[in-house]
Design a protein around this ligand. Sequence first.
Ligand code: ATP
Length: 287
Amino acid sequence: MLDLKNVRKQYANFSLECSMQVKRGSITGLIGANGAGKTSIFKASLGLIHTDSGEIRMMGKTPQQLTNEEWEKIGVVLSDATFPNILTAEDVGAILKKMYHRFDKADFEEKCRTFAIPMNKKMKEMSTGMKAKLKILMAMSHQAEILILDEPTSGLDVMAREGILDALRAYMEQEERAILISSHISGDLENLCDDLYLIDQGKIRLHEDTDVLLDQYGILKVTESEFAALDKQYILAYCKEDFGYRCLTDQKQYYMENMPQIVIEKGTIDEVMKTMLKGSSRKGVSL
Ligand SMILES: Nc1ncnc2c1ncn2[C@@H]1O[C@H](COP(=O)(O)OP(=O)(O)OP(=O)(O)O)[C@@H](O)[C@H]1O
């Protein structure tokens, strides 16, 4: 559905180098710290920024080759793009109806009610959460085949976030759809996505099925002497801690069977990220 191959973009102090895939029928998550390059990937995928090299294919075409009809099949949330803030949700609905053949007004209004978005309040008078929800509903309002959602849950409280995640799951009930979503709230992605990409300083550091990540990845917490004796063949990254070393493995079972004395914690996304990112920093060393 969306394919990025060796895409490169050089800014003065930042270099993006990325390959990734979003498949039909799946939700792909992109996770990374502030400034890691998430928005740049979203903008490149939509042809909104020029890239220096590499291939980008959205539904088999470059962004420039997409027809208006094909653009209608893409629903987008970008943090710095929205309608003028003097418009109300009702005005937005009227505009979307003109823009998209497949805009479903009744469904849009129903969802606005469900998510407590007032129809007649100007966007500039709405809360941050209301505006965030409205942007997601806009992206979902025209039966798009792929949703490109850059930090859509940012600014939402727990209940609103859960509601939106449920709406995204319901959106995926129709086959052949796909979602690319970024978030810095790893719990959101852990519970929603089929596969995850971890990006750091413009590079994809890890790509894994979420189930595999949660089942097979683990964090080994070892003392200095345990670390010295550790069989490191399945250690992906490690970093120094006060107690010794924190090591990331994608073969938790191997260490549980062969070194039962070692403390092994579940590989939550936060733990995996922390170890991968620290492992490349001054404090630790990547293998
Ligand atoms: N137009 C630009 N000119 C120069 N540098 C840019 C430009 N746009 C982005 N950058 C740089 O590219 C890097 C990645 O930015 P990007 O917005 O893609 O990160 P991000 O992961 O989305 O961050 P955040 O989570 O804070 O939104 C940053 O260092 C940013 O300063």
